[in-house]
Design a protein around this ligand. Sequence first.
Ligand code: GDP
Ligand code: MN
Length: 353
Amino acid sequence: MKLLEFEAKHILETADIPVPASTLLTPRANSNTLDVPVVIKSQVPVGGRGKAGGVRVVDNKEQLESIVSKIFSLPIQGYIPHVLLAEEKIEIKQEHYLSLLIDRDTECIRLLVHKEGGINIENHAKSEFLSLPVSKKTITEDAIRVATYLGYPIGLVSSLLYKLFDVFIESDAVLLEINPLIYTASNTFVCGDCKMELDDAAAFRHPEWHFTDSIKDANFVTLDDRGNIGTIANGAGLAMATVDAVAAHKMTPANFLDIGGGANAEAILRAFQRMNTYINLKAIVINIFAGITRCDEVARAIIAAKEQIASLPPLYIRLAGTNFEEAVMLLSEANITTLSSLEECLVAAERHL
Ligand code: GDP
Ligand code: MN
């Protein structure tokens, strides 16, 4: 499970690890009460927000409201934020990269550090990082190596590293990434950004886990954000076959989506929202072969989602299987027609190109 930044930072804060002071903004919150300078950050479960315009330092109070509303409606890799994080602006002396992760190849917890952190971290080759297996036994020496590498006092680095390591273990994390780890103008460390991924299999140990779980639609994969056809299917096999069929018709599938067994309205709504960010989208093809999935549930979810999104391209829907008749009835009451085969859907979609 991937956490949103504010959720991950809350865990850090609870463990006495320094993070910037912050408030959460909902779409209806009044941003005018914020003091400037402030950093406004989109809370979406993907990285690269800075480059996409989802992280903005606001120095001028007059600009605050318009920047907040812009970021609320800015999709990042298909995700629209439900909340924004408004943080105190930190005076940055240095930006570093530091992460802990489960390294399955070498069966250890691995620590990765780079002197130059920040938004261009992917420009550095893997070999450029200080890379150490860490454990409770070696953490003291590991901290010394990191301090030497970064050029800071050992005490400063070790107190941070001990805490991060403990949080990693206690949270059953598989990834804890701090980028940037900010060395501030007052010579302290602050975690400027935090990506955290928890082990779903450990959920039974954590009754305190109540996260947004914003990446539930992990079966949604963007294939080509300039593609012209959105796809929804159930089951990975049928979803792949649907994507292939779109391509065989010389159209470009924009995404792959397997809605799995339970088609909930929230997941379909989010899928439509993400597809709506593809600038060349001409039609959405929905291909359901219902076994455990029930066609009427899918139909209800489609109707609900369609009501909430005004500007959807045409939907071409093929349903078969459990509760098919009821689904067709519900859809026709909502003036949505169904077709009897995937082939018919594709031929219909082609007419919009
Ligand atoms: P990401 O692009 O999704 O990784 O978002 P980050 O939270 O890492 O922010 C991107 C960049 O914004 C950082 O590397 C900083 O350069 C800048 N930034 C974020 N917070 C602050 C801040 O408090 N002060 C300053 N000066 N820059 C910030
Ligand atoms: Mn970052």
